[in-house]
Design a protein around this ligand. Sequence first.
Ligand code: ATP
Length: 353
Amino acid sequence: MGIAVRDLARHYGNVHAIDGISFDIADGEFVSLLGPSGCGKTTTLRCIAGLEDPTGGTISVDGRMVSAPAQGLLVPTHERRLGMVFQSYAVWPHMTVRQNVGFPLSVRGAAAGDIARQVDEALRVVGMAHLAERHPSQLSGGQQQRVALARAIVGSPRVLLFDEPLSNLDAKLREGMRGEIRRIQKRLGVGAVYVTHDREEALSMSDRVIVMNQGRIAQVGTPRDLYRRPNSRFVADFVGKVGLIELSRDEAGWRTADGTQIRANAGRADGAQALGAVRPENIRLQTGHGAATEGLNHLTGRIAEAQYLGPFTEYVVEAAGVTLRSYAQADLEPGAEVTLAIAPDDIVLLPAE
Ligand code: ATP
């Protein structure tokens, strides 16, 4: 049954940290809350966890209403059957790994034999069984985070909540843990809410992503939907590098500021002005007098900057009065004249702001 959030609000005086948001997370679904600092994602997670009192709306977990301030209902955290992992691992230094992981069960008064069995299983799932008797000070950061993960999954939670759990780990470990967290969550078959400001993390781990901005939901979708079909400049920009072409409409269709005609098949814009959003990998760089490819948009311009990145070079090109980025394997120098070829399906029309 997962999580159902309706019209959730958290106001601090005039500050609307969350401003009436609604979403559902199904059992087994992994959903990220993605957005810039201060957009309200942590507050949303803390409201679900019961660590923060919402000022409006409702939250239900696994079919049970856990928060409805208008009716004075607020179920305490420990009765919500959640597993939580935070950025600071929050493992207790004076307890062994085994004691840390068993702690939530001892608090609930579980029998010793039961605790031992469940702790063993949780430690096995996160690959820490061999370090059960160590103290946190004898563990690496990644291992401490695994202890936190084991503690979150012990006792069969109905939902898992993550607040930037990988931010303190180095890049390589972070990538490995992404796959592992997802594998564990899928295996448990419970819903997960994952707060992050890292777009790669959100895109690579999630079934769906909720992009937040200023306390509201900007767009919800699968990672591919959000990347390929953003509905606003904010989302286009937040989920990846993007070139934005200012367009105006006349009888013949859309034109750039310098009069180049543009055909765009994706997205929508109702007025006479729009932005055409295009990802760098969808802009083909052509040099010399190569034949124009039929059906594509062509913009002529000049390379302003080149940054060699190994698998490809990232070029900044000034063309048709705009600055666009393009990835290409060709070796070109700044100043070179180029033509940019873009398929109409790869230009997403967005409302002009
Ligand atoms: P970050 O990635 O930096 O943690 P976030 O998206 O998680 O950001 P929140 O921590 O949810 O953002 O905060 C949302 C907004 O609410 C921010 O503008 C913040 O300043 C404000 N806020 C949070 N807690 C309080 C509080 N106790 N009193 C007043 N304002 C608060």
